[in-house]
Design a protein around this ligand. Structure first.
Ligand SMILES: [Zn+2]
Length: 583
């Protein structure tokens, strides 16, 4: 397939228009499928013997494969392109409510399995006939301890929309419609944030201050939103018997609790690395101390700008070298209008890749054109390749964990970095190495500092009932300081960055970045040593057919080794020492 550059989403891949009758047809079809499954199996006969269970598990897999979320995603993408599209937001909510109700009819199926007596569980796990569903069953049994009755589960599912989703999307829409004044212009918040690190010291600090001031001025909604969703989370945890606020996420992301806690502890213990990095950075910028907005500042310029078409060619070369299928997938997505490239007012900020069973994989970017844009493109395309490779699995295993997701995306960042910097001059290479290390510092240390911030915020909401925004800002600064060190001076306003930090609303999601970076570095090293992509292909093709730890083990990476994360961090310290020597 030849590459055709397209830069706007073609949402007709989903539906012709918001009024397309196919939307209602699809929703009805899903509702009917759930109703039929419920009618056929609510008597619990599937638990009578292994053959019935096997047959019903295959039916369940078919139900999962029916692609329930396509209509919802269509409206979610429309909303991403235009935060003022109220009708898209309304349709999205309406359909989420309908589909949740539909899925509620069949909730008994996995619930009943998850609560089988332990002896029965062991028997099923040893049954060879059920081998294909071994991991699915094991996963359900693990959840069983925290699963409530069918009726209670239904209520929790239904209240997710008003108690969490509507708050968070309301906050996002509020910020997407805001602008920041800078150099005589009103910039959309996402564009302003993207600009900060590319500016010289004086304008950078001015813009950074304008951003946090705007966030502070708009922090009242966020204050209520965060208190509401954190309280809702606290209620859920209490009902489900989760003692630690990150436990539910770790279970969701199919990780081992002890391994995640080992990661957080190891990174927190090594904050001296990030502090050391910022000291070096102050020296390179010839500043006595740094501000919060200097943390991603450039130490020099690689005066390169990339048109999206040129960047696409770099990406194809970098990925095609590892395996031709990687380039094929990228060509297909770009040429088929599945990548929305340029920023515009009202469009969601940042970048993401989204897809799922039975729906096209979509990438959203906010292209500015520097090397950063190229790296982000590589990151998101890494997610897309992972998503496409996972389609080799049965529908039940096509969805992969967030942690696995970040392993894939950061791995592909390494490949595009190598290609991008290949023809750089020595000076440019040093700058690029600095930027790369800075990214890794941010991915590992900043995200774990955020984990620690969330941890304390959850504790405070629990013990005090309501945490005022001033206190949230103060806490945020405390934890940012812990990884940035004393060389970075934080103002009270800087703490209001929490208003726009979407990760806080996804409860401990951030650990997946640090985990992903350290595990992907190990996969990358393995590729460098062996010159073979086989471990990578194994990892990508596994989708979600086992726990992340087991998928990695099958690809030859042992995160269960207690020193795995510390060893990875030692590598970071070496990189830092190397960089110091270059200057
Ligand atoms: Zn990602």
């Amino acid at each position: 397939m030849a590459l055709k550059i397209k830069t706007k989403w073609h949402l007709a891949l989903f539906y012709k228009s918001p009024n397309d009758p196919a939307i209602e047809r699809d929703v009805k079809r899903i509702e009917n499928l759930h109703a039929r499954f419920a009618k056929n199996h609510s008597d619990g006969g599937y638990l009578d013997d292994d053959d019935s269970l096997l047959k019903t598990l295959w039916e369940w897999d078919k139900l999962v494969g029916a692609g329930a979320w396509k209509p919802v995603l269509y409206f979610a993408y429309k909303k991403s392109l235009n935060s003022k599209d109220n009708s898209a937001a309304a349709n999205e909510s309406r359909l989420v409510a309908r589909l949740t109700k539909a899925a509620n009819q069949t909730i008994f199926f996995t619930n009943n399995i998850s609560k089988l007596p332990e002896e029965k569980q062991t028997n099923l796990l040893n049954e060879r006939k059920l081998k294909k569903f071994h991991y699915f069953l094991k996963y359900l049994f693990g959840r069983g301890k925290h699963t409530l009755s069918d009726e209670e589960e239904k209520i929790l599912n239904l209240k997710y929309l008003p108690a969490h989703h509507l708050w968070v999307s309301g906050q996002e829409r509020l910020l997407n419609s805001k602008t920041v004044f800078f150099a005589g212009q009103s910039l959309p918040l996402s564009e302003a944030m993207g600009k900060v690190s590319d500016l010289q010291t004086t304008p950078r600090r001015a813009l950074g201050q304008n951003i946090v001031r705007m966030l502070k001025e708009n922090s009242e909604f966020a204050e209520n939103e965060i208190n509401a969703v954190y309280t809702d989370k606290k209620i859920n945890d209490e009902l489900r018997g989760f003692k630690r606020p990150w436990h539910a996420t770790v279970l969701d992301y199919q990780n081992d609790l002890a391994i995640v806690e080992n990661l957080v502890e190891a990174v927190t213990k090594h904050f001296s690395i990030s502090r050391e990095f910022y000291k070096l950075k102050a020296r390179l910028l010839k500043e006595k101390c740094l501000t919060y907005h200097d943390r991603s500042a450039k130490i020099g310029k690689v005066p390169k700008k990339y048109a999206f078409a040129a960047a696409s060619k770099i990406l194809l070369k970098a990925f095609g070298k590892i395996h031709p299928d990687f380039a094929e997938i990228a060509i297909r997505l770009i040429s088929n209008s599945q990548v929305d490239v340029y920023p515009q007012k009202g469009k969601a900020g940042g970048a993401y890749c989204s897809g799922g069973v039975g729906t096209p994989t979509m990438l959203l970017l906010n292209w500015i054109g520097g090397a950063n844009s190229v790296m982000t493109f590589g990151h998101e395309m890494g997610h897309a390749i992972h998503t496409e490779f996972s389609k080799k699995q049965i529908p039940l295993y096509q969805e992969y964990s967030f942690t696995a997701a970040e392993i894939a995306s950061t791995l592909f960042e390494n490949f595009i970095f190598d290609e991008l910097t290949k023809n750089f001059s020595k000076k440019e290479k040093i700058i690029a190495l600095h930027d790369r290390l800075q990214d890794k510092i941010s991915t590992i240390f900043r995200q774990i500092a955020c984990f620690n911030f969330e941890k304390e915020l959850h504790e405070k909401v629990k013990s005090e009932g309501f945490v005022p925004k001033e206190k949230m800002a103060e806490l945020m600064n405390k934890h940012m300081k812990s990884y940035l060190g004393t060389i970075v001076d934080l103002t009270d306003d800087d703490g209001y960055f929490f208003v726009s930090w979407t990760h806080l609303r996804r409860f401990f999601y951030v650990y997946s970045y640090a985990y992903g970076e350290l595990a992907s570095n190990a996969l990358y090293q393995k590729y460098k040593e062996t010159g073979s992509p086989s471990a990578i292909l194994k990892f990508l093709s596994a989708g979600g057919n086992d726990s992340v730890e087991n998928i990695l083990a099958a690809s030859g990476i042992n995160v269960r080794n207690p020193d795995f994360f510390s060893d990875g961090l030692k590598q970071m310290r070496n990189d830092l020492e190397q960089l110091k020597k270059l200057f």
